[in-house]
Design a protein around this ligand. Sequence first.
Ligand code: ARG
Length: 269
Amino acid sequence: MCEPTHYRIAYEINPWMRRANAVQTERANAQWRGLRETLSALGLEVELVEQERDTPDMTFTANAGIAVGERFIPANFRFPERQREEAHFTRWFEEQGYRIEAIHEPHFWEGEGDVLPGDGVVFAGYRFRTEYRALDHVDELLGCETVRLELTDPRFYHLDTCLAPLGGGRALFYPAAFTTDARAALEQHVGTLIAVSEHDAGRFACNAVLAGETVVLNTGCAQTVRTLRDHGFAVVETPMDEFIKAGGSAKCLLLTLDAFTDAAGRERP
Ligand code: ARG
C-alpha cells in the first residue's frame, strides 16, 4: 500500500475525475488509514511504498504491475500522467529483491487493475487501459492463457472496478460493464456469479478486497452487502469516497504480493 501523502486530483483521465472536485486531504488520509487498519485486523500483512510528490495517483498501487513469485512485471501506463510511477514502483520491487521482467513496449497494460486471478484461471480486462496485444506477453510471462474480458463502460475502465473474484468459484460483477462475449466467458469460468446493481457498482462495490471469508468494500452498497452475507461472507464497510473522486476504491489501494504463484513454484523474495 502507499499512504496518500501527495494524493490529489491533478488531472482527469477517467470519467470520475474532476479537478474542481478537490480531495479533502484529512478525510482521504483517515479513510486510507481506516482501510489499512481493517486489512491488518483481518490478518493481512501490509508493506508500504512511499508516495512521490510528482505522482498523485501512486496511492492506487494495484496498477503498479503484478508480482509473480520472485518476479515483478511492471505496468506500462496508458496515460503520461501516470507513467512517472513506473520508475518509483520498480525501484521498490528491486529493493525488495524481485527480478524485474517488463512486457514489450509500447503496449499498454495496468497491472492488477486489469489482471486478476480467479479459481485456477487468470482474468484479464482490456480496452480502456490495457491493450489486448499487451496481454499476449503477459500470458507468456505468466505461463498461462488469461481469460480475456472486453470492457464496455468507460466508468468501469479497469477490470477490478467491475469484477471481484471471491474464491470458491464465486465472484462479484457488474454485468453491464462487459460485452456479451465477456459475460459468457465469466459464466463459463465462475460457478457463482453475483451481479451487483448499477447503484452499488457506481459506489465501487466490485472494487472489494477479500481477506479469508471477509469482503471489505466501500460504504453505501447495502444490497451487495446483503447478498454477500447470504452467500456466507462476513462484510466490512469502510468509507472510500475520497478515493472514488479519482475513480478508485478499496481494491485499487493495494497490490497483492502473493496473488500469483509462479509457474516454477518460486516464492516471493
Ligand atoms: N485515477 C486513477 C486512474 O485513473 C485511479 C486508478 C484506480 N485503480 C484501479 N485499480 N481501478 O488511473
